[in-house]
Design a protein around this ligand. Structure first.
Ligand code: ATP
Ligand code: MG
Length: 393
């Protein structure tokens, strides 16, 4: 069946009062951006608390649904038939035509759910339910009514036009990007951080990202992989401003001057410090990492708290209580997994110690960091100056 309109359902409970407009406007904006990416002409509109996508030209159904399934804030997408409002007889005909085209297999149970938003329409909703139900049973004797758990819930809404729909395609849920500020994602080439970015973006947070690379120890291909991952997250989160920072000299200095079992933790602290500085310069209100308790030595609770100690911004760790398998499932769902597992080296893995500390002591780490005193401020400053900004769409 060819649909000319889609009803967009979104979670209304959380968005009362003034916030409602902010939420709705952001959602419409994001839907328009998503629909621009595909062939066809579409109009997004809102009337009487309902949001619609009207298709003004030919389009591909699968492409349209795929695009809308990436727009956070959408709970369900309902393909809909919109017909002119005339009298009840013609409405009944349209409903029969809809059922006949939409459900060639009629061995189904159904329930009619009519709504009369236009109170000037002469037939009340309860009467419509009965009359339309009867008409369907007469036209298609194989069908049966089930008011409790129908296979088909046939919605008939009388508004400026008559809207008929019965299918709900689940959307991604969440809140529209831009309704909850902006945060800086520490994006590596691994499995976890793209998922972490996706999860925070889902709550309406706009994302910037920072990637630390260590040329020539890490390659151009490793960097390209991170750009590719940023693009996958950007499919949901909108354009991502990716900062690529050259971390080589800092890493070499740490390697040269600090105990090797503390390398990773000290390196992580410098990553967080630099990420925080770039975040603040770019109006980000928090940092995001892909850390999860106990996953590796640098993610024990002790290590996390030592890393955390250098940050003044809140650090969002949406994967903190997730098992690897649960993270992989989301990674696969958002189509990041295949890219994440490409085998390019990461700057964390190159300078890694054989036996890293798993219970670092904050004072000991601070003492080790004093060995960097003479050089580190300048190195950090220089690293920040290498900032290469890539707008990933
Ligand atoms: P991921 O799969 O996200 O790479 P991981 O399991 O490899 O995570 P770590 O390497 O300990 O774990 O990194 C923990 C977190 O630190 C990452 O999720 C990411 O947010 C951040 N991070 C690590 N390396 C980098 C990097 N090179 N650039 C930016 N952020 C990084
Ligand atoms: Mg990693």
């Amino acid at each position: 069946m060819k649909y000319s309109t889609y009803l967009i359902k979104y979670a209304e409970i959380a968005i009362k009062g003034k916030n409602r407009y902010v939420f709705e406007d952001a959602l419409m904006h994001r839907m328009r951006l998503a629909l621009k990416q595909i062939d066809g002409e579409f109009a997004v509109s809102k009337t009487q608390g309902r949001m619609y996508v009207d298709c003004k030209s030919d389009y591909d159904f699968d492409e349209l649904i795929a695009a809308l399934k990436k727009v956070f804030g959408i709970n369900a997408i309902c393909p809909m038939v919109r017909v002119e409002k005339k009298d009840f007889d013609s409405l009944r005909e349209e409903v029969i035509r809809y059922v006949s085209e939409e459900y060639p297999d009629r061995n189904k149970t159904f329930k009619v759910f009519a709504r009369r938003a236009d109170k000037s329409f002469p037939v009340r909703s309860t009467e419509m339910n009965c009359a339309l139900g009867e008409a369907i049973l007469t036209a298609f004797p194989e069908m049966k009514v089930d008011v409790h758990t129908p296979e088909i819930e046939l919605n008939v809404e009388v508004r400026e036009d008559v809207c008929i729909y019965s299918k709900q395609i689940p959307g991604p849920g969440g809140m529209p990007i831009g309704t909850n500020g902006k945060a800086m994602l520490l994006l590596s080439g691994g499995i976890d951080s793209p998922v972490a970015g996706y999860m925070i973006a889902k709550r309406g947070v706009k994302i910037d990202a920072v990637y630390f690379h260590a040329p020539p120890y890490t390659s151009e291909r490793a960097k390209q992989k991170v750009v590719d991952l940023a693009r996958i997250v950007a499919g949901y989160a909108g354009t991502i401003c990716l900062h690529v920072i050259n971390f080589t000299d800092i890493q070499l200095a740490i390697y040269e001057k600090c105990p090797h079992d503390e390398l990773t933790i000290i390196m992580r602290r410098y990553m967080m410090r630099i990420a925080e500085q770039i975040a603040k310069e770019n109006d980000c209100l928090g940092l995001i990492t892909g850390e999860s308790i106990g996953q590796v030595a640098s993610q024990t609770i002790q290590s996390l708290s030592v890393t955390n100690e250098v940050c003044t911004l809140p650090v969002f760790r949406p994967l903190i209580g997730f098992d690897k398998q649960e993270i992989i499932e989301i990674s696969e769902k958002i189509n990041a997994f295949e890219t994440s597992i490409l085998p390019y080296e990461d700057c964390c893995t190159i300078f890694v110690a054989k036996h890293p500390v798993t219970k670092p002591n904050l004072s000991a780490i601070k003492r080790s960091e004093t060995k960097l005193e003479d050089v580190i401020d300048e190195l950090v400053q220089k690293a920040i100056e290498t900032d290469e900004v890539i707008n990933v769409i």
